[in-house]
Design a protein around this ligand. Sequence first.
Ligand SMILES: NC(=O)c1ccc[n+]([C@@H]2O[C@H](COP(=O)([O-])OP(=O)(O)OC[C@H]3O[C@@H](n4cnc5c(N)ncnc54)[C@H](OP(=O)(O)O)[C@@H]3O)[C@@H](O)[C@H]2O)c1
Length: 345
Amino acid sequence: MSKPIVLITGGNTGIGWETVKALAESDTAFTILMGSRSLDKAKDGIKLIQDEIKASSSSSSPSSSKSDIVPIQIDIEDDASIGKCFDEVKRGYGKVDVLVNNAGAAYDIIASETPGPKGVREAWDRSYSVNVTSTQVFTQTFMPLLLAPSPTGSSTTTPPRLLFITSGLSSLTTCASGHNMGSATTQGTSVPKGWPKPAEMTAVAYRSSKTALNMMMLDWVRLLNEDGVKVFAISPGFLATGLGGAGKERLKSFGAGDASMGGVFIRDVVLGKRDADAGLVINRAGTQPCPDRCRRLKDDVGSSHVFVVVALLIEELSPMVFIGWLEGEEKEEEEEEEKEEEDKL
Ligand SMILES: NC(=O)c1ccc[n+]([C@@H]2O[C@H](COP(=O)([O-])OP(=O)(O)OC[C@H]3O[C@@H](n4cnc5c(N)ncnc54)[C@H](OP(=O)(O)O)[C@@H]3O)[C@@H](O)[C@H]2O)c1
């Protein structure tokens, strides 16, 4: 009996690595293809997971995973790498059950360090290249494998799932409401008139690229509606990882949570625990920023018309993320989420 096949990009570190680990610790057995630009980093990442599972084993938890973790080279900005990865997965498995578009990057720092057109262009181009264009190329390339029938004798009975890892900073509504605006230096204060404006560090290229990613997700919802694929944009929360280059410890001092929270959340989506929210941008507490309204509207029209609702709700979509220098902004959102959770209990 074959196991469900999960392919995750950027699986060697950060939230991607935590997702692989959470899946490996699950009672459900998977074949996890740990995508990484560097095969060596993937192999090191896999060994670390195996060592940690072994070290935490007890009489009630086994010393090895039920899942297989397989390293696979993938640079989503390199078409040759995507093609090679596709051939390898097709040859080895003939199918992908869950595609996790986790690879992402934040490059706004380049615009701050290199003021002027050159730095701005590079920051925006690179942000869009990884977070938007390459994610789309990768997803489109793997679509035949996501839609391929399960092999005979497969234990997979669940629908295929397509996941995009987005950001709370991508929400148009949140931004337009004045909350979670883009700069720690000007947060809560108006920007003085005139030009040039005071130097500030923003995440505007990153957050714009993630807004574009949300739109891309919606189009996949539309395209795959009849194929029964569950599509999600997932906002993992403000977590301490290598994103943006600020460093995990510094991010923790700003209130970032442990990256394992993102891994467990994404694993739950892979396991189908959030299927009721398919087609939406979700966070750990629900959908942002108006879970009740989103859910009510969705229920009203029925799940087969989810994409229409989602299209209507585009202005309501939002997730969450960090950019190191945005200090406690996302923490504030997390506190709101926690409060919502508490209110529900
Ligand atoms: N951390 C947060 O607070 C947070 C919040 C919301 C959303 N997110 C999103 O979560 C995802 C994972 O980020 P993270 O926080 O875990 O950051 P991270 O620690 O920097 O990990 C990013 C991963 O993406 C990979 N990557 C970058 N460019 C790539 C490319 N061209 N091809 C393939 N892989 C590439 C990196 O590979 P290398 O190791 O080779 O560099 C790394 O494995 C991103 O999409 C990010 O936007 C993060």
